[in-house]
Write a protein that binds this ligand. Structure first.
Ligand code: CAA
Length: 259
């Protein structure tokens, strides 16, 4: 796979794919082309049986400084409606395999939203998160008001969205926005470690479990519990569940095949 603004390695490690944003002069600003490339890549990786986990990073200097302001500065509301740029973001949400964001440096506006659309976030000490759209006369449009609020709570999200202030990696960890903080030079090593742990599990169970966790944001507790129960039962239709439990009984490491 070859693109202009992202680098893709479908076999970064066994069963693990890597997507790296590659628009350094613009601090990885998420132009429509960048988002189309991410969308097409995620769709392909989601369909690739060799891939079990996807890592998304901007590299060590910057994750992404948001949607491309220059591209939308003169747009009318109807231009925005017709361009429908956020439909490309829906693919990220639709991706059934786990996506881990490895965030170093700025993750602002659409960059923060992109990280939050992923399933987990590994941050480096230099990571800074923010929704600064208010400072340019607009507001978050790719999920910032919804995902940030769910992740860190109303009053913190309100302050970030209404003032545009950035939070440090430490604050992000304290607020529950990121999984952990690692030194920048260990970012990929640590992210890969997490990806490997997930890639070693049953891909069937992983997909069903991810879907069930996400259901928590879209349903009442009773609906969510019922959804979880059905997915739990469904794992018993898989060879992986038989293999996993047999391996436990036989005191050996299971070999999951995604079937
Ligand atoms: N869009 C387009 N270009 C951007 C950009 C963005 N979001 N962010 C940075 N750039 C460009 C700059 O224009 C600059 O280009 P030139 O060299 O051609 O002038 C280059 O990247 C380097 O940026 P700076 O010189 O500004 O770097 P800095 O280190 O002084 O500041 C920064 C870094 C604080 C991140 C600053 O660039 C900044 O505030 N960027 C904008 C952040 C922002 O407002 N993001 C929200 C965008 S709107 C959005 O995302 C909507 C949504 O919900 C989807």
């Amino acid at each position: 796979m070859s693109f202009e603004f992202i680098k893709v390695n479908p076999q970064y490690a066994k069963h693990i794919a890597l997507i790296e944003l590659n628009r350094p002069k613009e601090l990885n600003a998420l132009s429509r082309q960048v988002m189309l490339e991410i969308r097409d890549t995620l769709k392909a990786l989601d369909e690739d049986d060799n891939v079990r986990v996807i890592i998304l990073t901007g590299g060590e200097k910057v994750f992404a400084a948001g949607a491309d302001i220059k591209q939308m500065a003169d747009a009318t509301a109807i231009d925005m409606l017709n361009i429908d740029q956020f439909s490309t973001w829906d693919q990220i949400k639709k991706t059934r395999k786990p996506i881990i964001a490895a965030v170093s440096g700025f993750a602002l506006g659409g960059g923060c939203e992109l990280a939050m659309t992923c399933d987990m976030i590994i941050a480096t000490e230099t990571a800074k998160f923010g929704q600064p759209e208010i400072k340019i006369g607009t507001m978050p449009g790719a999920g910032g008001t919804q995902r940030l609020t769910r992740a860190i709570g109303k009053v913190r999200a309100m302050e970030m969205v209404l003032t545009g202030k950035f939070i440090s990696a430490e604050e992000a960890l304290q607020y529950g926005l990121v999984n952990r903080i690692v030194p920048a030079e260990l970012m990929m090593h640590e992210t890969l470690g997490l990806a490997k742990q997930i890639a070693a599990q049953s891909p069937v169970a992983i997909k069903l479990a991810k879907e069930a966790v996400n259901q928590a944001f879209n349903s009442t507790l009773d609906e969510g519990l019922m959804f979880e129960r059905k997915n739990f039962y469904l794992t018993f239709a898989s060879e992986d569940q038989k293999e996993g439990m047999a391996a436990f009984v036989e005191k050996r490491t299971p070999e999951f095949k995604g079937k």
